[in-house]
Design a protein around this ligand. Structure first.
Ligand code: PLP
Length: 375
């Protein structure tokens, strides 16, 4: 790019920030490759919903039989949904913020923290938005140590610098599917300087076994610098609605409220999420299906001598001898969309989301001939 804009310092800097590359949509693959049967295992969505109750609520809002109508602005701060989340989480509603997807909250907190510059510590191989949100808000990125098999809380603490304002932690992390043990999480939560906001992104927490998962929300009353995020895009199966939430101290909320766009979450999303957040049975069902998909994937991968990593979330990393970009293209031609991981510092890994059994069969039908002889 060599235009007038690119000579401006702000655009020159923006031009150097990596673009977020989303999973390829089914319609796009149909259009580009002329395929009719396509399986998408690229964006860690839940294939088992949304539930009929959620759809009925959305239909009622659309039909205007609900109190609100599509022609009216939604409740700007999602008061009703925040009440429901508060009941579920045992936290006052004024300690909850909603976002247009949890991605928006990742951006909101960066915008607030880097108004006067500063840095964020982000573990290697983390969800791309942490780095993008930091840099587009004017922050500097410090990468801490992590691998495909572990996160390192102590290295995060070591990397903190005097101008550090934020730490982002995916817990479990996407794409590596790993999380911290309770003791390590505690060292991080309690060991971090109190003027640094610790964002613990728990987008996949609901897929963890209840009782075994060290939930960072347990430290919210102790640490006013903690922000714990959840999304309705994963186990709640509302990715298309774009809605997520954050939990933190009243103080953090007051600052986030200053950077939140008015009406940032829409009417349909708020209504759908009000129903979804109460449906523990659907969560348990989805968790069980995910457990089954992970076990079946492990069995099939062993048959093909594939190397896997990740034990959390609704996805898995598969390492192959092929460059990820090539394997991705070959699978695409066969109607299977996965996510190549070269942009995450993993040039030979693809990430596969767990779909329904028939979708996973389609994956192996396409992948096996490519991978046979050992991944
Ligand atoms: C770790 C993690 N956090 C946050 C998100 C964003 O979710 P959303 O913006 O849909 O709530 C994702 C999406 O893939 C994710 O993997």
């Amino acid at each position: 790019m060599n235009t007038l804009l690119s000579s401006l310092p702000s655009f020159e800097r923006l031009g150097r920030i990596p673009l977020y590359i989303p999973g390829k949509p089914i319609q796009e693959v149909q259009r580009e490759l002329g395929l009719t049967s396509i399986v998408k295992l690229a964006s860690n969505e839940n294939p088992w919903g949304p539930t009929e109750a959620v759809k009925a609520r959305v239909a009622a809002v659309v039909a205007g039989t609900d109190v609100e109508g599509l022609g009216l602005y939604p409740v700007s701060d999602g008061w009703y949904l925040r009440q429901r989340i508060a009941q579920r989480k045992g936290l006052p509603p004024d300690r909850i913020v909603l976002g247009n997807g949890s991605s928006e909250i990742l951006e909101m907190v960066a915008k607030a923290a880097f108004l006067e510059g500063g840095s964020a510590v982000v573990p290697k191989h983390s969800f791309a938005i942490y780095g993008i949100a930091t840099q587009t808000a004017g922050g500097r990125l410090i990468e801490s140590r992590a691998s495909t098999t572990e996160l390192d809380a102590d290295d995060i603490l070591r990397r903190v610098e005097p101008d550090t304002r934020l730490v982002y932690l995916g817990h479990p992390n996407n794409p590596t599917g790993v999380r911290l043990e309770r003791a390590a999480l505690e060292r991080l939560v309690r060991g971090l300087r109190e003027d640094i906001i610790l964002v613990v992104d728990q987008a996949y927490a609901e897929y963890e076994e209840p009782g075994e998962y060290p939930d960072a929300a347990g430290y919210l009353d102790e640490r006013p610098n903690l922000l714990v995020l959840h999304t309705f895009s994963k186990i709640h199966c509302l990715a298309g609605m774009r809605i997520g939430y954050g939990m933190g101290s009243k103080e953090i909320m007051q600052y986030l409220e200053r950077v939140r766009s008015p009406f940032n979450t829409n009417l349909l999303a708020q209504a759908a999420a009000e129903v979804a957040v109460q449906d523990l049975a659907f969560e348990a069902f989805s968790r069980q299906k995910n457990r089954e998909a992970r076990a079946a994937f492990g069995t099939e991968a062993a048959r093909h001598r594939c190397r896997l990593s990740g034990t959390s979330g609704n996805f898995i990393l598969l390492e192959s001898a092929y460059p990820a970009a090539e394997l991705f293209q070959e699978l695409l031609k066969r109607g299977v969309i996965v996510r190549p991981m070269q942009g995450y510092g993993l040039p030979n890994h693809i990430r596969v989301s767990f779909g329904k059994p028939e979708e996973m069969e389609a994956f192996w039908r396409a992948a096996a001939p490519l991978l046979d002889g050992g991944c």
